[in-house]
Design a protein around this ligand. Structure first.
Ligand SMILES: [Zn+2]
Ligand SMILES: [Zn+2]
Length: 390
């Protein structure tokens, strides 16, 4: 039996080849049909019996040692983005306008190789591993859809684990963080209803553009003046629309924005305050606001004990000096929902090898340093094996 390190190295070429295949055939949220079939086929080749179409395009495969022991959830997201690829590589996207610009092609290939490592070592392990290939992370709806579709029916998970490759850190670095690691990401729309009229007679109107402008500024004070400076929160108004002509005051104007928080109480309070301030500012000017609140996924919160275990596993593999404390990220990830099923750790694996793989995620030139893939396989496989011990 090879060591996990040797096995991850032996699988490196295939991991890269699969990643490139997925990269050439990106599919966006809930349209990952080919990806789902490729994943299922690989799992079947390992002797597993995957369920496909879970949450529309997700895949669940349970590996069971047949011996009593813990149940570990291992999750990879599989979706791409509606980003037109701008890099010129042999494995360039063949789908115009779509691209794996976040590295989920890598996550999928890595988890399949981890499944291969686990299956090969079956005789020396106990418990079971639930391999989750999740669609639609980029719209934070895939985990919810899989859970609603019974992804975990009949299973009582004990641990959750998963990783995100990242160009934030160089290849060889593993970044972990106990507690809140990624933000809750809610979005909202505020429609300001005024009264339209002639631009030269504003006194006869209720100008929704002016009301919306006051609103944008007032909302900034909720973070800067009402939120504890050591508790992070972001309110961004990202879209402002109203009006059609130089000389018409419109009936309505629309604002869109997002709220990012780590703490549950802060999240509840800021949501309430955004709605109060919107109603209050509108009332001040005789206008009215109809809000739409779209609840995003909760914050990604890593369990302290699980994070310690992951830290020591990663230290064994890449060395203590390359296991670093991850900075909290205001971006959201619906890994949060899997972490609510059982405590665990979502960690980051550096995939920046040089200029070509230094672009930020979601950029049309984003790429992975493929040398990071066997490292990710080794760390994740070791983490799963470690968690199966209890
Ligand atoms: Zn992304
Ligand atoms: Zn991502």
């Amino acid at each position: 039996m090879p060591t996990i390190h040797e096995h991850a190295q032996a699988l490196a070429e295939r991991t890269v080849a699969l990643r490139r295949d997925l990269h050439q055939h990106p599919e966006i949220a809930f349209e990952e049909v080919r990806t789902m079939n490729v994943v299922a086929e690989r799992l079947r080749a390992l002797g597993l019996a995957p369920r496909t179409g879970v949450g529309k395009t997700g895949v669940v495969a349970v590996w069971d040692s047949g011996r009593p022991g813990p149940t570990v959830l291992a999750r990879a997201d599989i979706d791409a983005l509606p980003v037109p690829e701008e890099k010129d590589v042999p494995y360039r996207s063949q789908r115009e306008g779509w691209m794996h610009a976040c590295g989920h092609d890598g996550h999928t290939a890595v988890l399949l190789s981890v499944a291969e490592v686990v299956v090969a070592r079956g005789d020396e392990l106990r418990g079971r591993v639930v391999f989750l290939f999740q669609p639609a992370e980029e719209v934070v709806r895939g985990a919810e859809a899989m859970l609603a579709d019974g992804a975990l029916d009949g299973l009582v998970p004990d641990h959750t684990v998963g990783l995100h490759l990242t160009s934030t850190y160089p290849t060889g670095v593993v970044a972990v963080r106990a507690g809140p690691a990624m933000a809750a990401a809610d979005t909202f729309r505020l429609e300001v209803h005024g009264r339209g009229g002639h631009a030269a007679k504003p006194n006869e109107t209720i100008d929704p553009i002016v009301v919306a402008s006051h609103l944008v500024l007032a909302l900034q004070a909720l973070v800067s003046r009402e939120t504890d400076p050591v508790d992070q929160a972001v309110i961004s108004i990202t879209s402002m629309h109203g009006g059609t002509a130089f000389n018409i005051i419109p009936e309505a104007a629309e604002l869109k924005g997002t709220l990012r928080t780590f703490d549950t109480d802060t999240r509840t309070r800021l949501k309430q305050r955004i709605l109060e301030v919107a109603a209050g500012i509108a009332a001040t000017f005789g206008a009215r606001v109809s809000p739409t609140w779209i609840e995003g996924s909760p914050a990604v919160v890593n369990d302290a004990a699980a994070t310690e275990r992951l830290r020591s596993v990663a230290t064994r593999i890449v060395g203590a000096d390359r296991v670093i404390e991850a900075a909290p990220i205001m971006g959201g990830d619906d890994m949060a929902l899997w972490l609510q099923q059982a405590p665990g750790c979502y960690f980051f694996v550096g995939s920046r090898g040089g200029e070509a793989s230094a672009w930020p995620h979601h950029h049309p030139r984003f790429d992975l340093d493929e040398a990071a893939l066997p490292i990710a396989v080794e760390v994740l496989a070791n983490a799963v094996v470690d968690l199966l011990q209890g």
